[in-house]
Design a protein around this ligand. Structure first.
Ligand code: SF4
Length: 434
């Protein structure tokens, strides 16, 4: 493992009184792992020796009464930068310190009294999914860290777990982890897991690998990629001042224009590429040049299917009452229909008027989801193809989880715009890792 460690535990004289706090157990740690020494208070610009300080409510104040919160925060941010730069699996920090302490810290009275809480650095690392231990935990530290920080995010209810593979520890079996974490009610619960990886082309900003809840790998998810854009922005992987980024997917590179409000990324417009109707490329086993509103009997009823690829296959069905359908029963018949050798996502769409659609979606590998970005694009492309909507005019698509705005150009290039939100962050304890 690579471990960020309080420099004073290694014997460096960086404490407030100019002393160190060497810890014998650190020597065993040094033999087995790579240690990155760090003192956040020195990094924050404080001199050694210095006045001792403690946390008083939300500020850090030294014994002379001076507010040193900014220096402590600067040091904490430096620790986070180092953890990301070196891919630290965890941090071992000096206990009780107002910077490094975790669980118990001095209570702000300068009387040696402890209270529950975390130091400024420990707190920031934990908030960013980096496990923090104290020196007394060293004998019990795992040989290989088995905790994976994750972020749960959603784009209008299409929810995925996002895992950093740019600086985070590599996940060996992504498909198995996706199955384990996605299980509703028994686990984190999600439509799948998206791994945010380094780009293969350094001119791009990131690469997404998406695994559905059943462990199958998906090519692309329109709602997921907006969240990937937010994830890259929030984790500092987007250069300052840049709001147009490129993300590699299994099929092609997508360009995202991030929506920034008060310095926060709240969503994105995604260049979704071109809708494809060629049956061989979708793939759908259909003899003509395009499958447009063709009657097919599925589950004992005739449906009119328009087949579209948005990098993944879609069957779009226009119907007057999508809300009345039992997708639990119908969805698997469409998904596994022999017309679609790679299975298919199915959109059940009602045309409200020329600029508004309503739809429900059955996603292959995941079942009915609250939203499917590529599905919304496929629905609007099919609606333009069938004459229900117009090219070049934004169409608002209402899904169960919210609204997406989709514009189809004359040459079938598609732009999709919508929100991206973080729900919570956490750390996943891996049970089966070697
Ligand atoms: Fe040690 Fe942390 Fe204090 Fe620096 S800030 S002296 S590393 S406890």
């Amino acid at each position: 493992m690579t471990i960020l460690i309080s420099a004073c535990l290694l014997g460096l004289p960086c404490r407030y009184d100019g002393a160190s706090k060497p810890c014998a157990d650190v020597e065993t740690l040094r033999k087995r792992h790579t240690l990155i020494p760090f003192c956040p208070e020195c990094m924050g610009g404080l001199p050694t020796p210095r006045e001792p300080a403690e946390i008083v409510e939300d500020r850090v104040v030294n014994r002379a009464g001076r507010d040193v919160t900014e220096e402590y925060r600067r040091g904490a941010e430096g620790a986070l930068v180092l953890c990301r730069m070196y891919g630290c699996d965890c941090a071992v920090l000096k206990e009780k310190s107002p910077s490094c302490g975790h669980g118990k810290i001095y209570d702000g009275t300068f009387t040696g009294t402890l209270t529950d809480g975390d130091g400024i650095t420990a707190s920031l690392l934990l908030a960013n999914g980096i496990p923090v231990y104290g020196e007394s935990d060293i004998p019990w530290l795992p040989e290989k860290h088995t905790a994976i920080p994750f972020t749960k995010m959603h784009g209008i209810g299409n929810d995925y777990v996002y895992i950093d593979q740019i600086t985070g520890s590599p996940v060996e079996d992504m498909a198995a982890l996706a199955v384990e974490m996605s299980a509703r009610r028994f686990s984190v619960g999600s439509d799948g897991v998206i791994f945010v990886c380094p780009p293969e082309d350094p001119d791009n900003h990131g690469r997404m690998r998406m695994f559905n809840a059943d462990g199958s790998e998906g090519a692309m998810c329109g709602n997921g990629i907006r969240c990937v854009g937010k994830f890259l922005y929030d984790h500092g992987y987007v250069p300052e001042g840049c709001h147009v980024i490129r993300v590699e997917t299994l099929t092609r590179v997508k360009t995202l224009t991030l929506r920034l409000e008060d310095g926060q990324c709240t969503g994105a417009a995604v260049d979704m590429g071109q809708a494809v109707f060629d049956p061989a490329k979708i793939p759908v086993q259909w003899p003509g040049e395009r499958m447009v509103s063709e009657p097919v009997t599925i589950a004992g009823k005739e449906w009119r299917i328009t087949a579209v690829s948005m990098g993944n296959p879609h069957a779009v069905v226009f119907t007057d009452a999508p809300d009345s359908l039992s997708l639990e029963e119908l969805g698997p018949f469409f998904e596994h229909h022999p017309l679609f050798p790679d299975r298919v996502n199915t959109e059940f769409v009602r045309v409200t008027d020329r600029t508004h659609l309503e739809m429900r979606v059955w996603e292959r590998g995941s079942g009915e989801t609250f939203a499917c970005g590529t599905g919304a694009c496929a629905a609007v492309a099919a609606a333009v193809l069938c004459g229900y909507c117009d090219a070049g005019v934004p169409v608002l698509v209402k899904l169960r989880g919210g609204v997406l705005t989709v514009t189809v150009s004359e040459d079938w290039q598609i732009t999709m715009e919508g929100p991206a939100e973080t729900v919570f962050t956490g750390v996943w304890e891996v049970k089966n890792m070697k």
